[in-house]
Design a protein around this ligand. Structure first.
Ligand code: ADE
Length: 418
């Protein structure tokens, strides 16, 4: 077994935290019990490029129970938890290539190390593994049964790959399953983003003006939680329908140029570049705090901020100060990377239970349907989405109604009116 991690002696500490997370991942437990018997991945290698957290470790355990050999690398240089990498190597005997705060060259070297293992299934969070596969390791493409993508940004990249005719393998957009984005993107991002901002700054959110850029599922979650903490939330959007929803959800909606003058906190959640740019920094109040929860560190124009600054210094963990010529200070959290995973620990395990249940079941689906799934970006099969929802409800002790035969017939009929 080959690996490249920070320090194997952290393994016991990692194991304690992984087991703690596991207590709130009962759907994965159910899948693991079945996989142990059925071994759907016997003899297969799975390559995973994910945030290396306690929750990811539990997914690795389930894939191993299914018979897979797994190679794991990071999907972001700052989200890797070094005690977790150590435990995955030590206790699961898996090849892990991830070191917290690794540089860009090491990050890509680690992606190549996973590809060197010749995976037949890929799991991505942001599509870096699959895009490296298509750009630089095309020799491996014939081995690939298919892959899964965890996040909105990655799905957008895959769709663009497919649109350009460059996608060569079947992919499943796990992000788009209802049991993924309605919960992970909304409640997971909502809570973990506020957690990251609060751990980084220890500032009170109540009574502040909190600007959320983007009202997708992640932006909604963050806005909801910032409001719950007592902030006056402002939404900026480019999509008129989403902007309308934000307005009717009770938020102020305005262009970034106006919001820039008002905000105490700024959070980007758009998936796009330069959402906070030089002209916005020009307008911000002294002490404004700027951070991002989108997948890549492109939403805040850090280069422009750096060019405007006369002084740049670290203040406390995950907080950097940029002093501008006129004396105003702007604070950037976590280097503009995902604040929830860089300054905190990512989404809580209870929500990752559903996201990763989808990943495990979609990997099994790809294997069972090998050769019969067309090249392209596919939805998660409805049966899998429903199964994850039903299992989660059952593990929460919640039962629901079922349709009577008469109701089923009514819903299927077109003839009946009033
Ligand atoms: N993405 C967001 N939160 C995460 C977590 N806890 N583990 C893995 N990926 C994540």
């Amino acid at each position: 077994m080959n690996y490249d991690i920070k320090d194997i002696s952290l393994a016991e500490a990692g194991k304690l935290r992984i087991d703690w997370a596991r207590m709130k991942m009962p759907v994965l437990d159910l899948i693991k019990a079945r996989f142990e018997k059925e071994r759907p991945f016997e003899g297969m290698t799975i390559g995973a490029c994910l945030h290396v957290t306690t929750e990811t470790a539990n997914l690795m355990d389930v894939l191993k129970a299914g018979g897979a050999t797994v190679g794991l690398c990071a999907s972001n240089p700052l989200s890797t938890q070094d005690d977790v990498t150590a435990s995955i190597v030590e206790h699961l005997g898996m090849s892990v290539f991830a070191i917290h705060a690794e540089d860009k060259q090491t990050y890509y070297k680690h992606i190549h190390s996973v590809l060197d293992m010749k995976p037949v299934i890929t799991i991505d969070d942001g599509a870096d593994l699959v895009s490296t596969l298509h750009k630089e390791r095309q020799d491996l493409l014939p081995n690939i049964i298919g892959g899964m993508e965890e996040t909105t940004t990655g799905v957008i990249r895959l769709r663009s790959l497919a649109k350009n005719g460059a996608l060569k393998v079947p992919m499943i957009a796990v992000n788009d399953a209802d049991t993924k984005h309605l919960f992970d993107n909304r409640y997971g991002t909502g809570q973990s983003t506020m957690d990251g901002i609060m751990r980084a700054t220890n500032r009170l959110v109540a009574g502040t003006d909190f600007v959320v850029c983007g009202y997708g599922w992640c932006g909604r979650g963050a806005a909801m939680r910032a409001k719950g903490l007592g902030a006056r939330v402002i939404i900026t959007e480019v999509d008129p329908v989403r902007a309308l929803e934000a307005a009717m959800d009770g938020f102020r909606v305005m262009p970034m140029s106006e919001a820039a003058k008002i905000g105490d906190f700024f959070l980007t959640a758009t998936g796009d570049i330069k959402v906070i740019a030089a002209k916005h920094f020009e307008a911000m109040k002294d002490g404004a705090i700027v951070c991002n929860t989108g997948h890549f560190n492109v939403e805040i124009d850090i280069e422009a901020l750096d060019a405007m600054a006369v002084e740049r210094r670290g203040i406390r963990r995950s907080v950097e100060e940029f002093k501008l010529e006129d004396g105003r200070r702007i604070y950037l959290l976590a280097d503009g990377r995902l604040v929830n995973l860089s300054a905190a620990e990512g989404h809580p395990s209870s929500v990752m239970d559903m996201s990763f249940a989808n990943q495990a079941l979609c990997a099994e689906y790809l294997v069972k349907n090998k050769g019969n799934i067309s090249i392209g970006v596919h939805e998660v099969p409805k049966e899998i989405d429903d199964m994850v929802a039903s299992s989660k409800l059952a593990t929460m002790g919640i039962s629901i109604d079922t349709l009577t035969e008469e109701q089923r017939a009514y819903l299927a009929a077109w003839e009946m009116g009033t």
